[in-house]
Design a binder for this molecule. Structure first.
Ligand code: URP
Ligand code: ZN
Ligand code: ZN
Length: 469
């Protein structure tokens, strides 16, 4: 059975037109001004009316069911991807993260077990490399052969997940040989640990000191260092969750110097700021994540970089923890911001937040919105043209969005299994009416109708900088 979407306001990374889309066997089969002639008995017809139709969102940065800082993020692959689908996201790239000493292939198998039969949207993985030794060296190409062609490194989280410069350089070279792309969580983990230790020793233990341990200059310094090492290794690099003017300037400079360099930000860095760490009753803990929220001026720098093309993608770093029983572990009597699990939710809100505060607010165009939420992610991570666009032959991953709807965000109404919505009470402009993946409805009239385990693992090819441009 096919689907005929009639007279949609179709938006891609480059175009906008009113027209029909005919979907057959999970793919976009035809695009045109009027495709009534394609309609067959049994086909579903969706009158798009004034709905926008854009490619399903792809969130390049999620952490479903992540064991982290002595606890586990609240959304598993089912709940987290139901939230994604309701928010218009049809693909996620989650991070398979080993503990130090674990093998990469074992870790990858564990992530497949968590996602297979549970995820409701399509998914891929990045492989984190948190050690450097013979075994890891040998396993990197084997991971790439299994369709996982991006590798994550942390210069943060010293002693837990963090690696040093020599290790990062070796990983960059090895991943290049294996045909992959390296992504970096770039901050100076050494300095951060010293500052954190000092604050706690002096009894300054509240959530606001988490922010003070991670100054902008230490994100910029590690970003600069990552580019320098990548240049020497003749390798491209993708910096995850960029937050401030100083590191965005490093990205601009690296690009000007001809490096294959990409920057990701997350919606929270465009919308939320460090004043939230001062909320009473320890509520500032809800906003503890790494890197931390920055100043209002930095949120403006992030918007500027989204509009001018410096940043390539907007992700979420979706890593929710409950306030009760997880975030509140850093409260007195054991008062210590280092005990607050780092991370917050966003996969459900990403698309509508960027629409409301980006497109509707006149900060970015609709085409740029599609680039940042879908097309650029697909291009950089080898999913394009199967995903990230609306083209004949591409997967029919489509979102029909009502831009006139108005409402607010609330934890009470969300699908994510988290007791917090960091956008509680914020205005929402527009909402997802239908989400379609490979020609199947995941969301119909705003309700989830998909199937547990309906999401597929997407194997990705070697990284190709020419495709990623
Ligand atoms: O605070 C964060 N970002 N938590 C998730 C892990 C990471 O660093 O991406
Ligand atoms: Zn990170
Ligand atoms: Zn992350």
């Amino acid at each position: 059975m096919g689907i005929l979407i009639r007279q949609g306001d179709v938006v891609t990374a480059t175009d906008r037109y009113t027209g029909d889309i005919y979907v057959e066997n999970g793919h976009v089969a035809a695009l045109g001004r009027d495709l009534s002639a394609f309609r067959r008995a049994g086909d579903e017809v969706v009158e798009a009316g004034e709905l926008l139709v854009f490619p399903g969102g792809i969130d390049a940065h999620t952490h479903m069911e992540l064991p982290f800082m002595g606890t586990v993020s609240t959304d598993d692959f089912r709940d987290g991807t139901v939230a994604a689908a309701l928010g218009g996201t049809t693909g996620i790239i989650d991070f398979a993260i080993p503990a130090k000493g674990d093998g990469l292939l074992d870790t990858l198998a564990r992530w497949h077990e968590k996602a297979n039969g549970r995820a409701v949207v399509d998914y891929a993985f990045h492989m984190a490399v948190v050690d450097w030794n013979e075994r890891i060296r040998d396993e990197i190409p084997l991971v790439a052969e299994r369709g996982v062609t991006s590798f994550k490194t942390f210069t943060a989280y010293k002693g837990v997940l963090g690696i040093d410069d020599g290790q990062l350089f070796s990983i960059l070279r090895r991943v290049r040989e294996a045909g992959g792309l390296v992504t970096v969580h770039a901050v100076n983990g050494d300095v951060l640990s010293v500052l954190a230790e000092e604050f706690v020793r002096e009894g300054t233990t509240g959530p606001e000191y988490h922010y003070q341990t991670q100054p902008n200059c230490m994100e910029a310094e590690a970003t600069h260092r990552s580019f320098a090492l990548a240049g020497l290794a003749r390798q491209g690099v993708y910096i995850v969750h960029m937050t401030c003017g100083e590191s965005l300037d490093e990205l601009r400079q690296a690009r000007r110097a001809g490096l294959t360099a990409y920057g990701e930000t997350c919606v929270q860095y465009a919308l939320l700021d460090e004043s939230l760490y001062h909320k009473p009753d320890f509520e500032g803990a809800k906003y503890v994540l790494s890197p931390p929220l920055r100043s209002r001026k930095d949120t403006e720098e992030v918007w500027r970089a989204l509009a001018d093309g410096t940043l390539s993608t907007v992700a979420t770093d979706h890593c929710p923890f409950n306030f009760q029983g997880q975030k509140d572990r850093g409260r007195p009597p054991l008062a210590d911001f280092r005990r607050i699990p780092n991370g917050l939710p966003g996969v459900e809100e990403r698309m509508s937040l960027l629409y409301t505060y980006g497109v509707a607010a006149g900060r970015i165009s609709l085409n740029r919105f599609v680039q940042l939420t879908s097309t650029n992610v697909a291009r950089i991570f080898g999913l394009h043209p199967r995903k990230g666009t609306i083209a004949v032959g591409s997967d029919a991953d489509l979102v029909l969005y009502d831009p006139r709807w108005e409402g607010t965000y609330s934890a009470r109404r969300q699908a994510s299994r988290c007791d917090t919505n960091v956008y509680e009470g914020w205005r929402q402009q527009g909402r997802v009416v239908h989400t379609i993946q490979r020609g199947r409805f995941l969301v119909r009239d705003g309700r989830f109708v998909g199937e547990e385990g309906g999401g597929r693992f997407i194997e990705r090819p070697r990284f190709d900088p020419l495709q990623a441009q």
